[in-house]
Write a protein that binds this ligand. Structure first.
Ligand SMILES: [Zn+2]
Length: 379
């Protein structure tokens, strides 16, 4: 679906303006997607950790739709087959997490883990443990939720599970996600004798990475092949990674910008930008970024917390890295060189290896010779 944007009219625009008004981001109920709507959409995207483009595409639409539900406005329960989704579910999950219940990730979807945690909570406060969050349970949560707050157990649990999985790469499952593909080429630079697409370059790096990681003993899956067909949504990519039971997830993209001066590498991990963050994901993002900067000399554009579906719905430490700008002549010159892409791949392999070292055995950035990993894997 084409994103809804400035200048558009119609029932969807009226609905968007209504939701933005309910969220106090917009005053008045205009029936046009005007400058005010665009500004409100941008600030909504900013607060939700979405890409800030002022357009209402699928992901922003789902976030707007979910934002309508405030905790307490409706009863929450585990609905089958279409689970309840919304900001109220996410608030409930965050509250349960703060109290130490294991709901998994606060993804805003009322699934079996959330129902189990609600039932556990109900049992502990002497309510009927039916796993549904009606007025009584809501009241008990409000009463207790404020008093019992202690860290962010879900991320401590993730870190602990990761540490317990041991320092060895052999047998670990890694899911590599080359961005775009199929009917979606991503960023395209059509000038010059050759037409370069983000999808092709991302796939090329993913395939190189697959070889290197497999040689080091990991079980590697790619989310897509090199060819055509329909483009995969981020949702489908996250589902696939979960089905494969990945221990790590790395998505590869190349950035683009109207300004040809924009260049450099950035990495993204799950986080809301106000303290809730996947610490393992953040560490992986930091290692990938630093290894790439050190080994390639690309400009360091830092790591950033995002709530993108790709990072929020994957149930393993997940990172997306944007390796350079295809629209920057300097970055493009390097990206089209296979030897450069090999260095990027070596950097990612080194980062993955360092993820599994115990923290105290970590080594300086750029110091791992990834060619020796194979020998280590077979010895
Ligand atoms: Zn991309």
């Amino acid at each position: 679906m084409r994103p809804i944007r400035r200048g558009d009219r119609g029932p969807a625009v009226i609905e968007i303006n209504q939701i933005l008004a309910e969220l106090d981001l917009l005053t008045g109920g205009a029936d046009e997607y005007d400058n005010d709507t665009e500004r409100a959409v941008r600030s909504f995207q900013q607060t939700r950790g979405l890409s800030v483009d002022g357009l209402v595409g699928d992901e922003t639409w789902r976030a707007l739709d979910a934002a309508r539900w405030r905790l307490g406005a409706r009863a929450l329960y585990h609905a089958i087959p279409e689970p309840l989704v919304g900001e109220d579910v996410r608030t409930l999950q965050e509250r349960l997490l703060e109290m130490g219940y294991d709901v998994g990730r606060a993804d805003g979807i009322f699934g079996p883990n959330t129902a189990r945690s609600v039932a556990q909570f109900q049992r502990e406060v002497g309510l009927q443990p039916d796993g549904a969050c009606g007025p009584q349970t809501m009241h008990a949560l409000k009463r207790l939720g404020r008093k019992v707050v202690g860290g962010r157990p879900q991320w401590l649990r993730e870190a602990e599970a990761f540490r317990r999985s041991g320092p060895n790469l052999i047998g670990k499952v890694i899911v590599i996600d080359p961005g775009h593909g199929g009917s979606d080429p991503g960023i395209v630079v059509p000038d010059g004798p050759l037409r370069w697409t983000e999808a092709d370059l991302a796939f090329d790096m993913a395939a190189r990475l697959e070889g290197r990681l497999a040689a080091a003993g990991m079980r590697v899956h790619l989310t897509r092949g090199p060819g055509g067909g329909p483009a995969l949504t981020d949702l489908a990519r996250a589902d696939l990674a979960n089905e494969l039971g990945g221990d790590l997830f790395i998505s590869l993209h190349i950035d683009g910008h109207d300004n040809p001066e924009a260049d450099g590498v950035a990495a993204f991990h799950y986080g809301t930008g106000n303290g809730v963050t996947s610490t393992v994901g953040e560490r992986l993002a930091g290692l990938v970024l630093r290894e790439i900067v050190k080994r390639t000399g690309l400009r360091n554009c830092a790591t950033h917390p995002k709530t993108w579906e790709l990072l929020r719905l994957t149930r393993m430490p997940a990172v997306r890295v944007d390796v350079g700008y295809l629209t920057s002549p300097a970055d493009r010159e390097r990206l089209i060189d296979p030897a450069f892409r090999d260095r990027v791949v070596e950097a990612v392999v080194a980062a993955v290896q360092r993820m599994y070292f115990p923290m105290e055995a970590d080594v300086p950035t750029g110091s791992i010779d990834v060619r020796s990993l194979r020998a280590a894997a077979v010895s």
